[in-house]
Design a protein around this ligand. Structure first.
Ligand SMILES: *Cc1c(COP(=O)(O)O)cnc(C)c1O
Length: 415
């Protein structure tokens, strides 16, 4: 007998759970790419993607994962040898900085460790010190998917303004778009990137770079620009070919259309509120478990935590033991440790992550909470009792109060 049989639940921070209707929308023969439905659908995605990002600016679409977007954003913004300042709060900030270094940029890293958000005061000080305005771009992740920290992007914009610095401000929202509140124009973000496989609930393979008129103007002569990643034509295409610099990702476009419709039907405010509430249910359970034993949140302060992923440590390498037991015995896969200790070390094996982004609801969360509790008992991992009860009680109190009708839910930045 195996209790893991039945539908497997991949609860990692991307790829996230794909709605059946998204997969079904993709299950079709190759469509005509020159005229007809696919062309109309692609044109129609542009305003909706801008609405989800909270911008009246531009969006370029790519056949790409997130790593490609790191390169796409940089090659359109800056020139070889330019200086960029990267705020790092975990593995993903380092990843973007690494791409910048390999592109031949002069990279200054402001490292805030793995357990805290970017400190706006330190950013402001670093920018004030750059009296000659050599820094051309300030980069930060919104949510670092490795540490599960969520940065206050509006506060970083204030810091840049307080320093009177003209750098372009670029933000990686790959783990947060469609999960955590994000308002590109209202928060003064010039460039933003996100991929299809997280909050956008579509298989990996499409990526997006949103950019402001300022970023377009500043990057006009960027000499790192290469033909494929060039955002200029992609954002103002005449033919479908020009959106993707070649054959479009036909099936992905159908899937993304369905996923975006689901987000619009629910209402963006409701989507954010659902993520916040479900994260709250997890945290209520985890607070109980943490009251005894070695389990710890990586990010102590709830206000600094992502609503899409939670990073935890069990100590003693027990994170991996727990994950493997859950996969083998209960049909649930949680996220691995990323960026903590040497790969294979006890420290690394101590961490694990719960992905709670995209197409998830209360019974999925309650199922994982119960499953983690079961695993800790089965493995004799000491923990405080009452996690499931705490999550249920949290949801029973606020779970029914979160609905906003989509018409009221239009985000504040675009009315
Ligand atoms: C997932 C993720 C990436 C990398 O995306 P890939 O599609 O795996 O290349 C980059 N940044 C953040 C914040 C992410 O969550």
């Amino acid at each position: 007998m195996s209790l893991a049989n039945g539908r497997h639940y991949l609860a990692i921070p991307g790829p996230s759970v794909m709605p059946d209707s998204v997969l079904q929308a993709m299950h079709r023969p190759a469509p005509n790419i020159y005229t007809g439905e696919l062309v109309e659908i692609t044109h129609g995605l542009v305003p909706d993607l801008k609405m989800i990002a909270g911008t009246a600016g531009h969006v370029a679409m790519y056949i790409s994962n997130g790593h490609g977007l790191w390169e796409a954003s940089l090659t359109n913004m800056v020139s070889r040898g330019d200086k960029v300042l990267v705020c790092v709060t975990g593995n993903f900030g380092h990843g973007w900085a690494d791409v910048a270094t390999r592109l031949g940029l002069d990279v200054e890293i402001l490292d805030f460790g793995k357990q805290a958000p970017v400190d706006p005061a330190r950013l402001e000080a670093a920018l004030r010190a750059d009296t000659k305005h050599e820094i051309k771009a300030v980069m930060s992740v919104h949510v670092d998917t490795a540490t599960s920290v969520r940065n206050d992007i509006a506060a970083l914009r204030h810091a840049i303004d307080a320093a009177g610095h003209p750098a372009v401000f670029a933000v990686d929202c790959i783990a947060s778009l469609g999960c955590d509140r994000f308002e590109m124009d209202a928060w003064g973000v010039d460039v933003m990137i996100a991929a299809s496989q997280k909050g956008l609930m579509t298989p990996p393979g499409m990526g997006f770079v949103w950019f402001s008129d300022k970023a377009l103007a500043e990057g006009k002569d960027a000499d790192l620009r290469t033909p494929y990643w060039d955002w200029t034509t992609r954002a103002k295409p005449v033919h479908l070919y020009e959106y993707f610099d070649g054959t479009p990702p036909t099936q992905h476009i159908y899937g993304l259309r369905q996923a975006v419709d689901m987000i619009l039907d629910e209402g963006l405010e409701n989507v954010w509120k659902r993520h916040e509430t479900l994260a709250g249910a997890y945290w209520a359970a985890i607070d109980q478990w943490c009251s005894d034993g070695a389990l710890r949140f990586n990010i102590d302060t709830p206000a600094h935590r992502s609503h899409a992923v939670t990073t935890l440590s069990l100590g003693n390498g027990d994170g991996t033991r727990l994950r493997e037991w859950l996969t083998d015995n209960l049909g649930i896969t949680l996220g691995i440790s990323l960026g903590f200790g040497e790969i294979g070390s006890d420290e690394s094996h101590s961490y694990f992550r719960i992905g709670h982004m995209g197409h998830i609801n209360a019974h999925m969360v309650l199922g994982i909470v119960g499953a983690i509790e079961t695993a800790m008992s089965a493995l004799d991992i000491p923990h405080g009792i009452g996690g499931s009860v705490a999550a249920s009680s949290f949801l029973s109190q606020i779970g029914t109060q979160v609905s906003v009708t989509p018409s009221e839910a239009a985000c504040s930045c675009c009315g």
